[in-house]
Design a protein around this ligand. Structure first.
Ligand code: AMP
Length: 283
């Protein structure tokens, strides 16, 4: 596996490969890799001639400075996991390589309502930071396909929207959420949970499964209130939002008939660790 830290070297190397007609699969990450990330890498290696991953803890997508400081960083382990997953190239830029002089530039992209609800509402500026970095990474890597997890479903929808609007020449491939055996969605942030918090964290997915069982049968608001109550009964759980909305546009619904593809979305704090999850309700 080749490692690059400079934009110019990465761009030139990948361009020469693309010019030879090779397909490039791209998996952008913030590191602290787990099976969820590696499933994306493996899918990419099975569908492309070359797989590129990036590891960059993007400062401009953190609305909470403490979250940025505490974000886990495990570079040498990540490199060996990527090597084992047969990733071909890893790009690990420093922040001043991506944002010289600390200036991220702006992306005057109108996401409509997509970044006004849920993650967008509770993490102001987050999706702009994501869009700026992903667009820049796409320019550097010039991927044929890029792989994103449904775990961050809103991010996936926001990126798809950006790619369509800006007519970027890349195919966005959504990948299923990878879970621990007890149902907890894998996340780099899980390593920050205490033993006690880790033990009760699977309740998030258990509640989502119960919601799915009752979807379409119980009124939307009744089900939402039930889910919130169930989670808030757990010691140390603090719900930031629990929403039922359409997969097409993420808009919250009040009646089941308002969407063909309802999903439930949740963000919850366990202590100071913020976890998100979601589930497709009519699948
Ligand atoms: P991150 O490093 O958290 O920015 O995530 C990098 C990519 O991995 C994003 O596309 C995430 O949606 C995806 N990802 C993170 N956790 C999971 C998971 N448990 N299952 C599937 N994909 C995931």
């Amino acid at each position: 596996m080749k490692q690059f830290t400079a934009i110019a070297g990465t761009f030139d190397y990948l361009k020469s490969l693309k010019d030879q007609g090779l397909t490039i699969g791209f998996v952008p990450t913030m590191g602290a890799l787990h099976e969820g990330h590696l499933a994306l890498v493996r899918r990419s290696t099975s569908e492309n001639d070359l797989t590129v991953s990036s590891i960059f803890v993007n400062p401009i997508q953190f609305n909470n400075p403490e979250d940025l400081v505490k974000y886990p960083r495990t570079l040498s382990k990540d490199l060996s996991l990527l090597e084992d997953a047969r990733c071909d190239i890893v790009f690990t830029p420093a922040a001043d390589e991506m944002y010289p002089g600390g200036e991220p530039g702006t992306l005057s992209h109108d996401f409509g309502m997509l970044d006004q609800v849920m993650e967008g509402k509770f993490r102001p500026g987050h999706f702009n930071g994501v869009a700026v970095v992903v667009k820049k990474l796409f320019e550097i890597v010039q991927p044929t396909r890029a792989y994103f997890g449904k775990k961050d479903f809103q991010q996936l929808v926001v990126i798809r929207h950006m790619v369509e609007k800006l007519e970027l020449p890349v195919e966005i491939i959504p990948c299923e959420t990878v879970r621990e055996p007890d149902g907890l969605a894998m996340s780099s942030r899980n390593t920050r949970l205490t033993k006690e918090q880790r033990a009760i964290a699977p309740v998030i997915f258990q509640v989502l499964l119960e919601v799915r069982k009752n979807a379409g049968k119980v009124p939307v608001d009744t089900l939402k209130q039930w889910a919130i109550k169930k989670m808030e009964e757990m010691p140390g759980f603090q719900i930031e939002y629990f929403e039922i909305g359409g997969a097409e546009n993420l808009m919250p619904v009040e009646q089941w008939h308002q969407t063909d593809y309802p999903m439930a979305f949740v963000a919850v704090f366990l202590g100071d660790v913020r976890l998100i999850d979601n589930i497709e309700l009519f699948s």
